[in-house]
Design a protein around this ligand. Structure first.
Ligand code: NI
Length: 170
């Protein structure tokens, strides 16, 4: 497995809409493995292929709220249903280092995807998993969580994230 390089704001590749996966073959399965490894190394709870510069609709998530890891690998994830209820949750993003803000997300969602064996799976989730799925699907559409904030707040977090990435590059 390989730890992949994560793109940071303001990289324009983060705004690209990713292409559907035709089939989860060995190369996509390998990408999923590498993304999961990268996500755990960086202590994230989700990662989209967009964030590693790959223009494919692939995400990995771990919405576990216990000590037990619950890795999920998803190609072509799509929301089938959203709850009426929504909630403000604190979010961060590996592409916007060390910045957090409250984002309004649906509390429960149903979603469909292709797993690492190219099988179609449908699931319903609440809690952290529901939030992470919404955040990662946004990435595949070129949308960062910053896009859900006021312009003022977005600019502030963007500025702070740039300071962090500059100090990381040094
Ligand atoms: Ni993110």
């Amino acid at each position: 497995m390989t730890v992949l390089k994560i793109l940071h704001v303001p990289d324009p590749r983060l705004k690209i809409t990713a292409q559907p996966v035709e089939k989860v073959d060995a190369s996509i399965a390998r990408l999923m493995e590498d993304m999961l490894e990268t996500m755990y190394v960086k202590q994230g709870v989700g990662l989209a292929a967009t964030q590693v510069g790959v223009n494919q609709r692939v995400i990995v998530v771990d919405g576990s709220e216990t000590d037990k890891p619950e890795p999920l690998k998803l190609a072509n994830p799509e929301l089938l249903w959203r709850s009426q209820e929504s909630k403000d949750v604190s979010e961060g993003c590996l592409s916007v280092p060390e910045q957090y803000a409250e984002v309004n997300r649906f509390t429960r969602v149903k979603f469909r995807y292709l797993d690492e064996h190219n099988q179609t799976v449908e699931r319903e989730a609440g809690g952290l998993l529901a939030h992470v799925i919404q955040h990662e699907i946004d990435h595949l559409n070129g949308i960062l969580f910053l896009e859900h904030l006021s312009a003022l707040k977005r600019q502030m977090l963007l500025r702070r994230a740039l300071k962090v990435t500059k100090s990381m590059a040094r």
